[in-house]
Design a protein around this ligand. Sequence first.
Ligand SMILES: Cc1ncc(COP(=O)(O)O)c(C=O)c1O
Length: 387
Amino acid sequence: MPRAASRVGLLGTETALDVLVKARAVEARGRQVIHLEVGEPDFPTPGHIVEAGVRALRDGYTRYGPPAGSPGLREAIAEHLAQRGVRANPEHVLVTPGAKPNLFYGFLATLSPGDEALVPDPGFPIYASMVRFCGATPVPVPPRLDQGRALDLDVLERAITPRTRMVVFNSPSNPTGAVVPEADLQRLAALADRHDLWVMADEIYRRIRYGADAPSIAALPGMLERTILVDGFSKAYAMTGWRLGWGLFPPALAPHAVRLVINSNTCTASFVQEAGIAALRGPQDVVDAMVARFRTRRDAIVARLARIPGVRCHEPAGAFYAFPDVRALPLSAAALADRLLQEEAVALLDGAGFGPGGSGYLRLSFATSLESLEEAADRFSSLVARL
Ligand SMILES: Cc1ncc(COP(=O)(O)O)c(C=O)c1O
């Protein structure tokens, strides 16, 4: 038998997808599982966006398009970025099938074997996986979970070495829901400048925030030159299955990123991009309405979790994840997640799936109905009462 290349052994995965498979097995035994493991809005894509996609199909948007994206969508994205203070040149905007490819392109374009990249721990597991795949070393940077803070700049600064090439951060954060405040962004920008680092700013949850708006780090002076800004339509417009995202690349990296597209997926589906234009140029109250419902659910689940003895939960300032600390309970978070699924038919994630820094925590998505969340909290309580 021929052997697989050793590099594929460096790739990690997302535990949400593994838990989903286990949950399906529980369902096959006849139990109705409450799904709090997957990170996607439960709302349908707004009607005017769907219509634009269907119309585009009928109008013949069924052929290859420019690798970097349609000029119309790149222009709309640049205008959208201007609203968050980012002076983006559409030439440096890359349209991709989902936000994720921008992470991959960004790492591939910047990291060489021997380099180090600072990644949040706990954090989206794909960062460390992709960094490793590039032959570089992910260096975990723990946040201040006790204070609900997404970044600990003191720890981050101490982790910088002559090999550090990049800092990755995600605000609002998956899995913690924490948001990086403006003062921390300023300090991070100064560090990136002083140590000549690339910054990977994953803003996929930017539109889903419950408190004050913070600027994008790409809006700070000099940061367009060193920031890869990643965002997309999946979460803000409930479009996870459409696969539509974008990246804003520094001028020096944009041509490399386009070549990576040419060498991988050629372009993003043409009709899907028309739906993206409708999303950005159409009414934005659909986004506000979804965020309002997420807020109600957040308040409900955080309040319910707080009533369970041994469980502590910070109020997430963004995204749709609660990240309760269960270290005071008499069994590990992994065992708890497992028993919740097997005994109570509640699927959620062990925080350790987001890096060692997530040990002792659970991640649950509140992108589901209020009734399901309340029922899940009741089942969680009854399991805890039996421990
Ligand atoms: C932090 C983070 N970044 C990126 C992505 C990928 O988004 P997309 O579905 O648009 O590729 C996700 C999806 O879960 C995410 O949680």
